[in-house]
Ligand binder design. Structure first.
Ligand code: UDP
Length: 466
C-alpha cells in the first residue's frame, strides 16, 4: 500500500542529541522512499553543529523531506548543569506555541505527528490540532518497559528484573531512575506517564533482538499503546566526513582481517584524566591493533555530553592528545591509530579489518554493531548505558563487560588489557563472535521484505493512510 503526497507525516526530533536525530532522519527517508509520504521535520533549534550538518545532508530536491525551523527559545534562566531529562523537555515545552502554529500552517495538513521521547509534551498539541500522535522511541525496548513501569519503582529498589530473567542491580539502573531528588522524580514520572497518551510507539529495535521485552510489552496491551518494532534504522547515505575519515579507512585497509579493536564512546562520551591515560596503557599492554577515538578528558560525563555538541564548547580548544601517556603514540604507532574527535563509525564497523568494538553502549552503536556483526566490549558511562551493558552481556551474551573498578573509580590497565585480549583472541571472544553472527543474520532478516520490522512499519503506515 502506498501513501500519496497528501499524506503528510510530521516528525519532531529532540532539540540536540545527535543519537536521536539520526534515526529520525532515517525514518523520514524510509517513509518517503518506500511509502511515498510527504515528510516534514520540525526542528527545535539548538546550538549544535552536528544538527546543522546532518540536516544539510538531506537534499530536499530529491527526497521530498522538508524541514521547518521553529524560532529559538531561551533557556538562559535555567541552571547550566541541568540534567538532559529536564533540559531537553524544557526546550520542547517552551516551543509548544510555535509548534502549534507551525502545525496549523503547513501547506499540506499533517496526517500524524511523530515525536521523540524527550518531546512527549507535544502530544497535547497534536490532540489540539486533531491528529494522532506517535512516539518514535529511538532506544531499547527494555528501557521503554522500565520507563512505563517507572511510577511503580522505588528509587531505592535494590534491583529490578528485566524480562528474560535479567537482573539489574541498583548501580546499573538508568541515571533518571536512580536520582533521589523528589522534584526530579516527579518530573520523570510525569514525562513517562505521557507515553501512555500516544496512539502508538515505534521502537528502533527489532523482535529478535529484544524478544522478551517486546513480549512483555505485548502482554501489557491494551493498557499501553500499540508497539511497533521497526529497527534497526542506522545512518545511511554516508559521506566520509573528512580527510581524517579517509585516512582511517586507508589505515584499516592495511591491517589483517578482523584484527582491529575500534574504541569509541559515542558522540559525546568522555573519561576522567586518569581513566583516559589508563585506558591507553591498557590498549598498549594488550598488544592488539586498535583505532581509538579520543576526546579531551572531563570529569562530569553527562554534562560533558551535551556540551560536546555545542559550537562554543570551550573544551574543544583542548587537545586530547596532550592527555595521552608520555611516548604512547610513538610506542603504538605500528598497530594503533589515535583519532581526535570523530571517526566514520559505520564505515569502520563495516570494514573487514575491524574485529571488535569497545563501546559506551549507546543504542545506535549497539544497532550498528548488530548490523555488521561486530563483537563488543561494554564500557558504559551514563544515562541508560549501564542497563544496555547488562542486556548485552547477561541477555544477548554478545559482549564482555569491563568490570573491575578500583577504589579510585578507575578501570586499571591490566584489566583493560585482559578484556581486550579475551575479546580479540580468547575463548570467550570466539563465543561472542558466534553470537554476534546470529544477531547480524537476524538483523538482516528483520529488514527483509517479509521481516518483522518491515511488517511493523507497513502496519503503522496502513493506520496512517486509512
Ligand atoms: N558516531 C560516529 N563517529 C564517532 C562517534 C559517533 O559516526 O566518532 C555516530 C555513531 O555511529 C552513532 C552515533 O554517532 O550513530 C552515536 O550514537 P549512540 O547512540 O551510539 O551514542 P550517543 O552519542 O547518542 O550516546
Amino acid at each position: 500500500e502506498e501513501a500519496t503526497h497528501s499524506h503528510h507525516i510530521v516528525l519532531l526530533p529532540p532539540p540536540g542529541f545527535l543519537g536521536h536525530l539520526i534515526p529520525f532522519i532515517e525514518l523520514a527517508k524510509k517513509l518517503v522512499s518506500q511509502y511515498n509520504f510527504t515528510v516534514t521535520l520540525i526542528i527545535i533549534p539548538h546550538d549544535s553543529e552536528p544538527q546543522k550538518s546532518l540536516l544539510q545532508g538531506i537534499n530536499p530536491t530529491t527526497t521530498n523531506i522538508n524541514s521547518v525551523f521553529l524560532p529559538p527559545v531561551s533557556i538562559d534562566d535555567l541552571p547550566d548543569d541541568l540534567n538532559p531529562d529536564v533540559l531537553l523537555p524544557s526546550r520542547v515545552i517552551r516551543s509548544l506555541p510555535s509548534l502549534r502554529h507551525a502545525l496549523s500552517s503547513l501547506g499540506t495538513p499533517a496526517t500524524a505527528l511523530v515525536v521523540d521521547l524527550f518531546a512527549v509534551h507535544a502530544i497535547d498539541v497534536a490532540k489540539q490540532v486533531g491528529i494522532p500522535a506517535y512516539i518514535f522511541y529511538v532506544i531499547a525496548a527494555n528501557e521503554l518497559l522500565l520507563a512505563i513501569d517507572l511510577p511503580k519503582l522505588n528509587h531505592d529498589d535494590h534491583s529490578v528484573k528485566l524480562p528474560g530473567s535479567i537482573e539489574l542491580n541498583h548501580e546499573d539502573l538508568p541515571d533518571s531512575v536512580k536520582d533521589k531528588n523528589s522534584e526530579f522524580r516527579r518530573w520523570i514520572v510525569d514525562l513517562c506517564s505521557r507515553y501512555l497518551l500516544a496512539d502508538g510507539i515505534l521502537v528502533n529495535s527489532f523482535l529478535d533482538l529484544e524478544s522478551e521485552a517486546f513480549q512483555e510489552l505485548e502482554r501489557r496491551r491494551p493498557g499501553i499503546p500499540p508497539i511497533y518494532p521497526l529497527g534497526p534504522l542506522i545512518r545511511t547515505g554516508l559521506e566520509t566526513e573528512s580527510d581524517r575519515g579517509t585516512e582511517i579507512l586507508e589505515w584499516l585497509n592495511n591491517q589483517p582481517p578482523k584484527s582491529v579493536l575500534f574504541v569509541s564512546f559515542g558522540s559525546g562520551g568522555t573519561l576522567s584524566v586518569d581513566q583516559f591515560s589508563e585506558l591507553g596503557l591498557g590498549l598498549e599492554l594488550s598488544g592488539q591493533r586498535f583505532v581509538w577515538v579520543v576526546r579531551a578528558p572531563q570529569e562530569n560525563v553527562s554534562a560533558a555530553y551535551l556540551n560536546a555538541q555545542k559550537k562554543d564548547n570551550g573544551n574543544k580548544s583542548k587537545d586530547p592528545l596532550e592527555y595521552l601517556p608520555p611516548g604512547f603514540l610513538e610506542r603504538t604507532k605500528d598497530r594503533g591509530l589515535v583519532v581526535a574527535g570523530w571517526a566514520p563509525q559505520i564505515q569502520v564497523l563495516g570494514h573487514g579489518s575491524t574485529g571488535g568494538f569497545l563501546t559506551h553502549c549507546g543504542w545506535n552503536s549497539i544497532l550498528e554493531s548488530a548490523i555488521f556483526g561486530v563483537p563488543l566490549i561494554a564500557w558504559p558511562l551514563c544515562f541508560e548505558h549501564k542497563m544496555n551493558a547488562v542486556f548485552l552481556t547477561d541477555g544477548l551474551k554478545a559482549a564482555i563487560r569491563v568490570k573491575e573498578i578500583n577504589e579510585n573509580g578507575i578501570v586499571e590497565r591490566g584489566h583493560v588489557s585482559e578484556v581486550v585480549k579475551q575479546l580479540m583472541e580468547g575463548e570467550e571472544g570466539k563465543i561472542i563472535v558466534k553470537r554476534m553472527m546470529d544477531v547480524k543474520f537476524a538483523a538482516a532478516n528483520t529488514l527483509s521484505q517479509e521481516g518483522s520490522s518491515s511488517k511493523a512499519l507497513a502496519q503503522v503506515v496502513r493506520k496512517w493512510i486509512n
